[in-house]
Design a protein around this ligand. Structure first.
Ligand code: ADP
Ligand code: MG
Length: 339
């Protein structure tokens, strides 16, 4: 390890306070590996997401916001599994040593890491090749589930109600507002090129500050049959639940939770497309047997979390969508393809 790599790790990751102590973490940054203590009655949940400059965030984006998003999308995967965050590791590939960038990046991580009691316990720091000078940020989160208590994609049954947290579609609309590339068709546009300041701020927050629904997930895990977090659009992600659970689903489009800002900035048709195909929402989608719906709704409301019941699991293997008049609407598939 070069001296400056050591300095970067020391200054921005170890001494920044990111490796705060937490029960279960015996040894954090500084040795060849971190040491965690695991209990026999628990599972370690592990998940990783990589963010690449010019793909997941534009060049010049605020490093504190990038950091927030990078950790939040990982924590969202833990929420989907109903795992309690334990700690995370960070793989950084940097084009240059930019002290200001590192300082803000580290502060952005610290705020969210503290909020979820999830310290940084290790990682790796390297320089990009000169040909591809794109910063990349890989985060791996580790979480704890009581044994056999994780929420999987595979437990949904016909008759279960389908719920989502928060609002859907804002992540996709944020791409337009932030001038990032959207995979949706060209007709997916803002209604006016000048957005109200409040909407701009709202969409920036929606994109960079997704809210990992950890508390909700932990509180309802015994009452739900399956869950996933929505990173690639509702239809694609609910499709992972239906295929893992061998079932189909019926969605009521009028029940999709759409934000005021989305209503203000895109057409009704595009609000629906953003929710179904957009991705980047990092809300939870989960299924609940009818006997538990009232309790799940009560728990969510006690936590101040918005929930919407958007449909029902059915037999078969199709997801069908119905409009307010009860007629089926068929969509061309616009789901995000990574390759
Ligand atoms: P090694 O050569 O043994 O892999 P390194 O020199 O890469 O170790 O790292 C030294 C210590 O600093 C290790 O504990 C490692 O986990 C930690 N570390 C390196 N990069 C990061 C980073 N980006 N974030 C957090 N910890 C890091
Ligand atoms: Mg080593």
């Amino acid at each position: 390890m070069s001296a400056s790599e050591f300095e970067i790790i020391q200054r921005y990751f170890a001494e920044s306070g990111l490796d705060f102590s937490r029960q279960g973490v015996e040894l954090g940054i500084g040795d060849d590996a971190a040491l965690l203590t695991l209990h026999q009655d628990s599972n370690l949940a592990i998940s990783m997401d990589v963010l690449v400059e010019n793909v997941h965030f534009p060049e010049g984006a605020d490093p504190a916001l990038i950091a927030n998003r990078a950790l939040a999308v990982n924590l969202s995967d833990l929420a989907a599994m109903a795992a309690q965050p334990l700690c995370f590791t960070l793989g950084l590939v940097l084009a240059e040593r930019d002290e200001k960038w590192l300082e803000h990046f580290s502060k952005g991580l610290l705020a969210l890491a503290k909020k979820f009691n999830c310290p940084l316990v290790g990682g790796d720091t390297t320089k990009c090749s000169p040909e591809s000078a794109n910063t990349s940020i890989s985060i791996q989160v580790h979480g704890i589930c009581s044994k056999n208590k994780a929420s999987l994609r595979s437990g949904a049954n016909p008759g279960d109600k389908i719920y989502v947290s928060g609002k859907l579609g804002d992540g996709a609309i944020a791409l337009l507002s932030l001038d990032l590339q959207s995979h949706l068709p060209d007709s997916f546009q803002l209604q006016n090129s000048e957005l109200p300041e409040s909407c701009k701020q709202y969409f920036s927050d929606a994109y960079y500050r997704p809210q990992p629904r950890i508390a909700l997930a932990l509180a309802i895990r015994e009452l739900i049959t399956s869950s996933i977090d929505i990173s690639d659009g509702l239809l694609g992600d609910l499709g992972h639940i239906t295929s893992a659970s061998n079932c189909g689903a019926k969605l009521i489009l009028a029940e999709l939770p759409v934000s005021e800002s989305a209503r203000c900035c895109v057409s009704e048709d595009n609000q629906v497309k953003a929710a179904l195909f957009g991705g980047d929402d990092y809300e939870l989608c989960f299924t609940v047997p009818p006997v538990h719906c009232a309790e799940v709704e009560k728990i969510a409301s006690g936590l101040g979390e918005e929930l919407s019941c958007i449909g029902e699991i059915v037999g078969g293997n199709q997801i069908s969508c119905f409009d307010h008049s009860g007629s089926e609407r068929v969509f061309e598939n616009h789901s995000y393809q990574h390759f």
